[in-house]
Design a protein around this ligand. Structure first.
Ligand code: GNR
Ligand code: NI
Length: 178
């Protein structure tokens, strides 16, 4: 399996996750055109970083790599990873209310509206096409990750007042831990 090949032969590395309001989180990621081992290794390191955080998704943007790659795993057992290269979404269904958090906005959670169901079109790290339907938390998480690739964060859906309050609290925490 891909799981044993990565643990047997390649060292893992945990990647540093950028925190809001770091301006690098606003970078628009570029499409991936090269399906090499370096891309595969980046995806593996992002999965490891996501599981360690712990989180249910991670976009390359969050680890300061500005290419269109996201990883997601919403399963309880943490054994259903999705690796999406150049993802595009078709939104379906009604607005769905879910509480969202973000590894780049630690400690803050807010209820947002997202599409309840989506069709996901993406490639694998080997450049093969993948198309699947997602709903509920998986759909919410994939929408959240695709926003990161366009430099968008969940706090952008909040009022300016709430966003500013979060920004100030995080800046203060970052200064204290620096
Ligand atoms: O770990 C995460 N949890 C989460 C919960 C609800 C909606 C979206 C998410 S994604 C987040 C990880 C993260 O920041 N991904 O970009
Ligand atoms: Ni996030």
């Amino acid at each position: 399996t891909s799981d044993s090949s990565r643990t047997q032969f390649l060292p893992m590395s945990l990647l540093n996750i950028l925190q809001y309001p770091d301006p690098r989180l606003r970078t628009k990621a570029v499409p991936i055109t090269l399906y090499d081992d370096k891309l595969h290794q980046l995806a593996e390191n992002m999965l490891e970083t996501m599981y360690a955080a712990p989180g249910i998704g991670l976009a390359a943007t969050q680890v300061d790599v500005h290419v269109r790659l996201v990883v997601v795993d919403v399963s309880q057992a943490k054994n259903e990873p999705h690796v999406l290269v150049n993802p595009t979404l078709v939104l379906h269904g009604d607005a769905f209310e879910a509480e969202e958090g973000c590894l780049s906005v630690p400690g803050f959670y807010e209820v947002l509206h997202r599409a309840e169901r989506i069709s996901v079109h993406a490639l694998t790290t080997r450049g093969e096409k993948q198309v699947f339907e997602a709903e509920g938390l998986l759909a919410v998480c994939i929408q959240h990750e695709c926003d990161h690739l366009d430099g968008k964060l969940f706090v952008d859906y909040l009022s300016g007042l709430k966003r500013n309050r979060i920004r100030k609290k995080l800046l203060k925490q970052q200064k204290q831990s620096a």
